[in-house]
Design a protein around this ligand. Sequence first.
Ligand code: COA
Length: 321
Amino acid sequence: MNSKIISIGSYIPSNTVTNKDLEKTVDTTDEWIVSRTGIKQRPIADSSQATSDLAFEAATIAIERAKIDKNDIDLIIVGTCTPDVATPNVGTLIQKRLGLSNFPAFSIEAACSGFIYALNIADKFIKTGESKCALVVGAETLSRITNWDDRNTCVLFADGAGAAILKPTDDKGIIFSELGANGEYADLLHVPYGTSRKPEKSSKDDYFLRMSGNEVFKVAVKTLEEIAIDALKKSNIESKDVDWFIPHQANVRIIQAVAKRLELPEEKVILSMDIHGNTSAASIPLAFDRAVQDGRIKKGDTILMQSFGAGFTWGSVLLEL
Ligand code: COA
């Protein structure tokens, strides 16, 4: 039994910070940000919104579009590295908001790979018959762990959520999915301190994301090229048969390098970092939903998704919609 995405929904906060806005606060330019990253603006949650609020909005839209009874949902998995609180997990917070109970609901901590990790796990629950209807979410409020005085990171990160409903199918659905990680690279992209690790003397910068951008860039390109080629090979699918490539939206130059290696024309590459920025676990479902809503992605299309993030973690999913 395979699993299939039957609907997708997404939500971004209404407040937008543009590159021009950032020119006023840090030593940067719109030209630098656009040419180096592809980002033009980024949605930022207001102070009343936490990750579960964004996740709930995206989930509600996905449920409506799936035309299911929400009581059919028997599994919730949320990819996030910015949970509302240490506990309870964002999965159970959404479960409560949806008025549901008595089935597994949990969060996965895999940074930008959170949605792909969550999809992979939900696929396995469905394959084993343990779930008949799963809600999979990627949701983040990265603005809360971003140092707004650090031009190396504050131009990149953003807030948002995307959600998908998965059901068993006799069709192809998810054809292939594989995850990976290598903790050797942990210090290249990390938040030094947090819930249980505390500095001897605390400064607010200790709780924000730090990134060695250039080094992350190089490993990201190499890893993403390898896992994309691997996904196609193991699925017996040629890159010309891929209708859409939906990568994690970290940097347009990383995506272009991988697409070139796969010989995928740019029309098949879904980009959304221009308006969404890098929303970590939310970035793939946000880009996915954008392309479904504007009519590019249609039922029956073959889609390759791939992610890379802090840890480092990575993963790919190849599916027929
Ligand atoms: N505005 C203007 N200049 C900036 C800047 C900004 N916002 N941020 C950095 N710079 C400067 C640097 O200080 C450096 O200046 P120098 O040459 O005088 O030392 C110069 O720009 C080049 O910096 P570098 O870090 O080499 O740039 P880059 O081309 O690697 O781009 C990133 C930086 C962050 C956009 C890029 O490295 C990246 O996208 N990395 C990977 C992100 C990623 O995949 N993350 C994983 C998932 S979240």
